[in-house]
Design a protein around this ligand. Sequence first.
Ligand code: SF4
Length: 81
Amino acid sequence: MRYETITPADAGWRQRALCAQTGADFFFPEPGSSVRDAKRICGMCETRAACLEYALTHDERFGVWGGLSEKERQRLRRTTH
Ligand code: SF4
């Protein structure tokens, strides 16, 4: 019998995610807090597109993903569906 390692489709981009190096605090700020720092980091992240696609596909409601805040992702969903 042959066993294969199953790698989740999203594992690749997560390993290269800049937020993995900075910690999650920036990306899940208290309600009403600024997301500017998180967005600045996302702007330098090479996996931004994959991250945003993941968040939209999995309907992630909280935090900054792919450089977009919760409200911005909601708006994007409304305009694309
Ligand atoms: S785009 Fe932002 S939230 Fe997504 S992996 Fe990169 S740093 Fe993290």
